[in-house]
Design a protein around this ligand. Structure first.
Ligand code: UDP
Ligand code: MG
Length: 322
């Protein structure tokens, strides 16, 4: 029988933790009695350095349901992507499949069953894809859709309307573990693993409680990370722009020469000032962009651990690989 591990990153989620735990345990119970997963399947809550009572609540849940609720406490806040990775890499090797889901239950827990079915059909990766974004605010919806468009235009492979709600088989997780990069954009990496994939569709709900831990600033950072970690298109664009500007400069040069020869030697001060400023701005932009890539190289070469685990709560039998 196949063991399922549900991985839930949590940052300041004290309002939703008990509710999440209950509904995810419900899912496990249903799947166990349907004979689709083994009865040692579990939910692993990853505490991403919460400053509220999240970890205490995870400990309580673990104590109340020791075989079903596992906990992983990270030392400090490392962000959603790293917290999820910590959970996947900890739970993945002891499971046949993992499902990652947010703590706020915006994703429909009932489609986990369909994901498991697809796993039994031989799929290694199953994406949870949102049908619509009715419950999101107009702002969140348009920014999110703009995000997918930009990613697409930049040549980053992403699954449209899929966040980090997905099933991964053990070998998919093991493969993912071989990606040591620090500029981590999971949604970009998973499609490059190359295994057979499928999708299940659901309506995204509102947060059961609490507020979003993904303000615009973090969203923009994620988008920027996604693009610069997977695509060299921005550099190509700068190069193309540079070539275009050079062609324009030659044309302008010819125009200036002709003006000079024909006696119109009152060269436009305005146009000169304009080009100085324009080129100055363009160069700064290009240097800045290249700088961002160099910055990433710098971060990568340091090869620091992406997270440090402080404590692991399990059933006491499961062995973890380092
Ligand atoms: N999260 C996390 N670390 C962070 C920020 C968020 O582990 O630094 C978790 C959070 O607890 C939640 C998930 O990431 O389980 C998604 O966050 P949220 O629901 O706030 O994002 P939204 O749905 O608003 O985009
Ligand atoms: Mg959410």
């Amino acid at each position: 029988m196949d063991r399922l591990g549900i991985v839930v990153p949590c940052y300041n989620e004290e309002e939703v933790l008990a509710i999440s735990s209950e509904s995810l345990r419900g899912v496990l119970d249903r799947l166990v009695s349907a004979g689709k997963i083994s009865n040692d399947s579990f939910v692993m809550f990853v505490n991403d350095g919460s400053r509220d009572r999240t970890w205490e609540l995870i400990e309580q849940e673990h104590a109340a349901h020791p075989g079903q609720i596992f906990g992983l406490k990270l030392a400090g806040n490392v962000g959603h992507q790293f917290a999820l990775t910590a959970g996947l890499l900890t739970a993945g090797p002891i499971c046949d499949m993992t499902v990652s889901i947010d703590a706020d239950l915006q994703d429909d827990v009932d489609v986990i069953e369909q994901m498991v079915d697809k796993f039994h059909e031989g799929k290694d990766i199953v994406y949870g894809v949102r049908k619509e974004r009715k419950t999101d605010t107009f702002f969140k919806r348009t920014t999110a859709q703009g995000f997918y468009r930009v990613m697409d235009a930049m040549g980053v492979k992403t699954v449209y309307n899929h966040a980090d709600f997905r099933l991964m088989s053990r070998r998919a997780v093991e493969q993912f573990a071989k990606y040591p990069e620090r500029n981590l954009y999971l949604r970009g990496i998973v499609p490059t693993l190359g295994y057979e994939t499928d999708s299940v569709f659901y309506d995204r709900k509102e947060r059961v409680a609490g507020t979003s831990k993904y303000p615009l600033k973090k969203m923009l950072a994620l988008a920027f990370d996604g693009i610069t970690s997977f695509s060299t298109k921005p550099i190509q664009m700068v190069m193309s722009l540079g070539i275009l500007i050079m062609i324009l400069a030659v044309l302008a040069g010819i125009y200036a020469m002709v003006s000079y020869v024909t006696g119109h030697v009152q060269p436009g001060w305005t146009s000169m000032i304009l080009s100085i400023w324009f080129l100055g701005g363009l160069q700064l932009f290009a240097i800045g962009l290249i700088g961002r890539y160099i910055g990433k190289v710098y971060v990568e070469v340091k090869q620091r651990p992406r997270y440090n685990i402080e404590k692991v709560l399990t059933d006491g039998e499961s062995e973890f690989k380092e």
